[in-house]
Write a protein that binds this ligand. Structure first.
Ligand SMILES: Cc1cc2nc3c(=O)[nH]c(=O)nc-3n(C[C@H](O)[C@H](O)[C@H](O)COP(=O)(O)O)c2cc1C
Length: 321
């Protein structure tokens, strides 16, 4: 019997720099993600002459809708301009894409970003964070969401959110670990639940540590949220979204067969080639490593996959496997 309380659970692909590009988002969408987040895009990069790399990161097609674009930076003026540029992508007269949400990164702990006083650093600067959220809200009709950590230094997530609660942002994605914990350690379920209870009018999304359908169920039970964002769990396993839906509905799920993995890996590689306009699959090898990590002979196969350069080479290796 489906568990009614889980019928409305929404699953999104969390933003991952260097990973959640258009090809990977399309694959996750196809395999059950309800919403997909772009890699973080520099508001400053967009501000200065529509920086080409930054705009490439916003590349999209309507098929992946709904898409959320994430911006990072620390300058409200840059966010204002970047918001206009991204919102304009929805203009049917121009490059029609269907961006449905703008997300602001207040959670990134990576040194390079933190040193620029962006990402998680901004949780320590609520006044500046507020100005940034306001700048984004003033320049778009799209819903605006934020992504934060459970805390940084002495600042707790709840305290940070309370300081910016009066602004009209609609959703918060909480990576349930503090800045200090980085990417490992326990998720603070109790605090995510408390945030959900404190802000019933906002959508609260739990993120962190979901690698299996069982993990997801535990998070839902302990936090009472009805949205989850998944990052590392779907590397090489974009089936996780469908598995999770099946598990919540029926208590069961199946794992993909080797043939299914080959098919999706190839489709992903084709999309990679198409949207990056390149024949060079070297940067794609990391995905191949993830796709084939759990199989017998995986060591041999991975060795071959790590030396492929092009799509025909990939096809040959997979065919002979
Ligand atoms: C390689 C990598 C890149 C990431 N890039 C971003 C990013 O661009 N923006 C962001 O808000 N979080 C980013 N994150 C954090 C994830 O969105 C997520 O919050 C974190 O990995 C915890 O979720 P997980 O346990 O499901 O992986 C990144 C994480 C990884 C592993």
């Amino acid at each position: 019997m489906p568990e009614k309380k889980y019928l409305n659970v929404k699953l999104s692909l969390a933003p991952m720099a260097g990973i959640t590009d258009l090809p990977f988002r399309l694959i996750c969408k196809k395999l059950g993600a309800d919403l997909v987040y772009s890699e973080m895009i520099s508001a400053t990069g967009l501000f200065y002459g529509k920086n080409k790399k930054s705009l490439t990161l916003a590349q999209s097609i309507p098929k992946e809708s709904p898409l959320a674009i994430q911006l990072f930076g620390n300058n409200p003026e840059h966010f204002a301009q970047a918001t206009q540029i991204i919102s304009d992508l929805n203009n049917p007269d121009k490059n029609f894409r269907k961006v449905e949400e703008l997300n602001i990164n207040f959670g990134c702990p990576v040194r390079k970003i933190y040193k620029q006083e962006s990402g998680c650093f901004l949780m320590k600067k609520p006044l500046l964070a507020k100005k940034i959220v306001q700048a984004v809200l003033n320049n778009t009709n799209l819903p605006v969401s934020i992504k934060i950590r459970m805390g940084i230094s002495t600042v707790e997530a709840l305290e940070f959110l309370t300081k910016i609660k009066n602004l009209n942002w609609t959703k918060v994605i909480i990576h349930g670990r503090t800045y200090e914990k980085g990417f490992a350690g326990e998720i603070d379920f109790a605090k995510i639940k408390e945030i959900k209870e404190t802000f019933p009018e906002k959508t609260v999304v739990a993120n962190g540590g979901i690698f299996s359908p069982e993990d997801a169920k535990e998070v839902l039970e302990k936090t009472n949220v009805n949205e989850l964002a998944i990052a590392r769990g779907c590397l090489g396993n974009p089936w996780l979204f469908q598995q999770l839906k099946d598990f919540l509905e029926t208590g069961q799920y199946s794992k993909p067969t080797l043939e299914e993995i080959k098919t999706i890996a190839l489709e992903h590689a084709q999309l990679f080639e198409k949207y990056n306009a390149t024949k060079n699959l070297q940067p794609f090898r990391k995905h191949l490593g993830w796709y084939f990590k759990d199989f017998e002979n995986a060591k041999q196969l991975r060795k071959k996959l790590f030396s492929i350069e092009t799509l025909p080479e990939l096809k040959k290796v997979l065919k002979n496997q």
